[in-house]
Design a binder for this molecule. Structure first.
Ligand SMILES: Cc1ncc(COP(=O)(O)O)c(C=O)c1O
Length: 358
């Protein structure tokens, strides 16, 4: 029998989450963010299940080319733009949109020979201080871009670092700064990621760029995914490969720093940090065994974890263990492991078998 670690990808849940984006932003085009292998869910399979997305956002040429070669004809946006002057040929050849966020990219654009000019997204740094031109330079850069023969059209975008926190004034300041910076230029606007489009109605504009909410994790602090109507797309599971009775005081796993508080049943499940289950998940991190709530105990190993089976009557070798997904919100596991769902999703390793259900 093969190793039982599985990621079940529920494409109906993905479509349901996409429909929530459509409901929240009915007048906006949707650029589905499917970079990093669709946040670990499988680039092409996820793209195929999103026929109503107007565009796809990816982080690099390899991802964009994989989509084109799989037959997608839609707009594909390289969110970090060109990485060097040599990219321009492929970008033109594969008809990709590029974000332009730096002077160096403007130069590279002018150096390329293209059969057909490119659609460009001018990135404005309204407060994240990662990528983009300052708001004061928007008119200048916009004019320069429009003078470059390799540029067909210019759209305007920005990105939010704090939209998940509805009490944080930064997002309001960013929206104002964006509107001011783009007042004198014409072209479509895009501001909102998942948190932006759910939490900040006037950030929806011409294009929204949802990522994490498509995969069923909550983008808003203090709100569960379920309370937002989101459904988990990835369910990561495995099976018990041992069920053992341990004595009070027995030390479990590496370091021996977790001890059984009483005589108890401890299961061993075939998944570990070698599969992307977070090594820093502490004892008490929730999971489910055979439909019952249970928890991790002891340190996470490369290939295995140990599980408190005290609340799982009749647990047996072969029982299903759900690490996150249906019945175990990924956001709770992420919080327990002091990380975010994005990292958990992206970290699922190649040993895990992916099954897709329509
Ligand atoms: C430029 C840009 N837009 C949109 C998104 C989607 O963000 P989220 O997954 O929080 O919806 C990302 C993701 O990091 C991004 O980099």
């Amino acid at each position: 029998m093969s190793r039982p670690a599985r990621a079940r990808i529920n494409l109906q849940a993905l479509q349901h989450n996409f429909s929530l984006v459509q409901q929240a932003a009915p007048d906006s085009h949707i650029m589905a963010i499917i970079k990093a292998n669709a946040y670990g869910h499988g680039l092409v399979r996820i793209a195929q299940a999103l026929p109503a997305a107007t565009a796809f956002g990816v982080s690099c040429l390899d991802e964009a080319i994989a989509l084109r070669e799989a037959g997608f004809d839609r707009r594909i946006v390289l969110l970090e733009g060109l990485f060097g002057p040599d990219d321009i040929g492929l970008i033109g050849g594969y008809r990709l949109d590029v974000v332009v966020h730096h002077d160096s990219q403007l130069q590279w654009l002018t150096q390329g020979q293209l059969l057909r000019p490119l659609d460009v997204w001018l990135k404005i740094d309204t407060g994240m201080h990662r990528l983009g031109f300052t708001p004061q330079r928007v008119n200048e850069i916009s004019t320069r871009l429009q003078q470059i023969p390799q540029v067909a059209s210019v759209r305007y975008m920005t990105h939010f670092p704090c939209a998940d926190d509805l009490a944080n004034p930064v997002t309001r300041e960013q929206i104002n700064a964006f509107n001011l910076a783009t007042a004198a230029v014409t072209g479509e606007h895009s501001l909102a990621n998942s948190a932006g489009l759910l939490g900040w109605p006037d950030a929806r504009a011409d294009w929204v760029r949802p990522g994490i909410m498509l995969y069923g994790s909550s983008p808003l602090g203090g709100r569960t995914a379920a309370s937002l109507g989101l459904q988990p797309v990835m369910t990561l599971s495995t099976r018990l490969i041992a069920v053992n009775t341990r004595k009070q005081g027995d030390a479990i796993g590496y370091g021996g720093d977790w001890r059984c508080p009483s005589d108890m049943s401890v299961g061993v499940a075939a998944i570990g940090y070698g599969d992307g289950y977070p090594r820093h998940a502490p004892s008490g991190t929730p999971l489910r065994v055979n439909g019952h709530a249970a928890s991790l105990v002891g340190r996470v190993s490369m290939d295995m974890i140990t599980v408190d089976l005290g609340d799982v009557p009749d647990a047996q070798v072969g029982d299903e263990v759900i690490l996150w997904g249906e019945g175990v919100p990924v956001d709770e596991v992420a919080a327990s492991a002091t990380t975010i769902s994005y990292e958990l999703f992206c970290g699922v390793g190649s040993r895990v078998r992916f099954d897709y259900s329509a």
